[in-house]
Design a protein around this ligand. Structure first.
Ligand code: UD1
Ligand code: CA
Length: 456
């Protein structure tokens, strides 16, 4: 039996009080629906169907990359009605897995266990025991403990409401039977909805065995209906990733103050991460990388032994092995730093390559530049890369020494081992192995008097 997944995502999400459809709200930087999609992808199998509704156009355009078959549910007439929208896509021979687009933390292992329970005469149902089951459908069992039906809270007797075992909504059933049971659903209930949960009683009527499975953790089946739950699941998600990183040998100074909004694609040994670090997008960390407090890194590769000091921001860059960045440094996109480069406080680097061992230690802006190896750039150096219309390149060759408070008016080249005197405004190329400086002659006026305030 092949696997086919149906993700229900047509819910309105009124309680989010948002112009953004609920399933586009993010956990760990990824839309809720995409988390569920990734899980479905990991399971493999055939088609992934998504039933969408509220804010449809926004959902389709935000998630156009997902390889799914989208089906709109124009009226929201219940979970059974939602599945009916894709009934003609269901193959008789498939196992059909139903997931919710607003339940993002479900684990692969749990679902794999669930789908194993589907057979010619059995289906899999994910249930959980809750201290407070209110709001959920209750699992009704007979005297032998066999599941006989699910009763929704609004249709339940007082006795049924006391049942602590609830329906998570996640289930797996044989395709042919699902189609048949969908055809037999009615909306004769307290909410006037077509309940998907009613297929359980129909299955039992047909002699099916309802095989229940439980998740390892409650967080796996928690759904999101409001901002408080969004925040709660964000923390649970982050803690899960923090624990995973620690398992892999990372030192996290405080796992409660770490945020991953993307993927760590490569991870070296003995990485140390201080508090309030946010890692975003696609990140690669080498061996012994040390990240100080309050650091944001997006889509970057950090080499072996790099130390990133407090309050630095690194975006779409490569930091070569042995580098030292910050505190208070900003490395902007398309910057590539070779080995052992030092970038110090209040330095901004943009679209620049820096050669091995070069140092830009204080208060500088270096953008659209090619900096060679062994270069020292003094405090307050600015590449004047923009003429108001176009960006121009600054080239600083190996071994150059740039004095403090220098402006390099691009396009301009500083030759190998050249020295620029402090305060130079460089508008023409500086020759190699030569001192170049532009500086008004210093004068001292003796006998000069400070102006004094006039008396009236
Ligand atoms: C449903 C179950 C309930 C279970 C609970 C778990 C039914 C009738 N009840 O409750 O037994 O305990 O989930 O959270 O199935 N959706 C649509 N179209 C619709 C209605 C819902 O796509 O017309 C989607 C929602 O986006 C959501 C999911 O289905 O992802 C569940 O809907 P929701 O309204 O939250 O669940 P309930 O019906 O309250
Ligand atoms: Ca719900």
């Amino acid at each position: 039996m092949q696997l086919q997944t149906i993700i229900l995502a047509a819910g309105q999400g009124t309680r989010m009080r948002s112009a953004t459809p609920k399933v586009l709200h993010k956990i760990g930087g990824t839309p809720l629906l995409e988390h569920v999609y990734r899980l479905a992808r990991q399971l493999g199998g055939q088609e992934i169907n998504v039933v969408y509704g509220h804010g449809g156009e926004q959902v389709l355009s935000a998630l156009s990359d997902l390889q799914v078959r989208w089906t709109e549910q124009t009226e929201r007439l219940g979970t059974g009605h939602a599945v009916m929208q894709v009934a003609d896509r269901i193959s008789d021979a498939n196992k059909v897995l139903i997931l919710y687009g607003d339940v993002p933390l479900l684990r692969l292992k749990t679902v794999q266990k669930l789908i194993q329970h589907v057979g010619p005469q059995s289906l899999g149902l994910l249930t959980i025991r809750l201290d407070n089951p209110s709001g959920y459908g209750r699992i009704v069992r007979d005297s032998q403990g066999k599941v006989v039906r699910i009763v929704e809270e609004k249709d339940a007797s007082n006795e049924q409401r006391a049942i602590g075992e609830v329906n998570t909504g996640i289930l797996a059933v044989p395709g042919a039977k699902l189609k048949e049971w969908l055809g037999r659903l009615n909306n004769d209930n307290a909410q006037g909805e077509y309940y998907l949960t009613d297929i359980i009683a129909l299955a039992v009527e047909d002699g099916f065995y309802v095989d229940t499975t439980q998740p390892d953790e409650e967080s796996e089946v928690l759904g999101i209906n409001n901002r408080a739950q969004l925040a709660q699941l964000e923390r649970l998600y982050q803690l899960r990733h923090a624990e995973d990183l620690m398992d892999k040998g990372v030192t996290l100074r405080d796992p409660a103050r770490f945020d991953l909004r993307g993927d760590i694609e490569a991870l070296g040994q003995d990485v140390e991460i201080d508090v309030n670090v946010v890692l975003q997008g696609r990140i690669r960390l080498g061996n012994r990388v040390k990240i100080g407090p309050n650091v944001l890194i997006s889509d970057s590769e950090i080499g072996d032994g790099v130390e990133i000091l407090a309050n630095s921001v690194i975006e779409n860059a490569q930091i070569g092995a042995g580098g030292r960045i910050g505190p208070f440094a900003r490395i902007r996109p398309e910057s590539v730093l070779a080995e052992d480069v030092h970038i110090g406080n209040f330095v901004e680097i943009k679209k620049t390559t820096v050669g091995q061992g070069s140092k830009i230690n204080h208060l500088s802006y270096v953008g659209d530049a090619r900096v060679g190896a062994g270069v020292n750039i003094g405090a307050g150096t600015i590449t004047c890369n923009y003429d108001g219309a176009n960006k121009h390149l600054t080239v600083i060759e190996d071994g150059a020494f740039i004095g403090s408070d220098t402006q390099l008016v691009a396009p301009v080249t500083v030759g190998r081992n050249a020295t620029l005197g402090a305060g130079t405004t460089l508008t023409k190329d500086a020759p190699a192995d030569t001192l170049t400086l532009s500086r008004a002659k210093q004068a001292s006026i003796s006998g000069w008097q400070r102006p004094v305030k006039k008396r009236t």
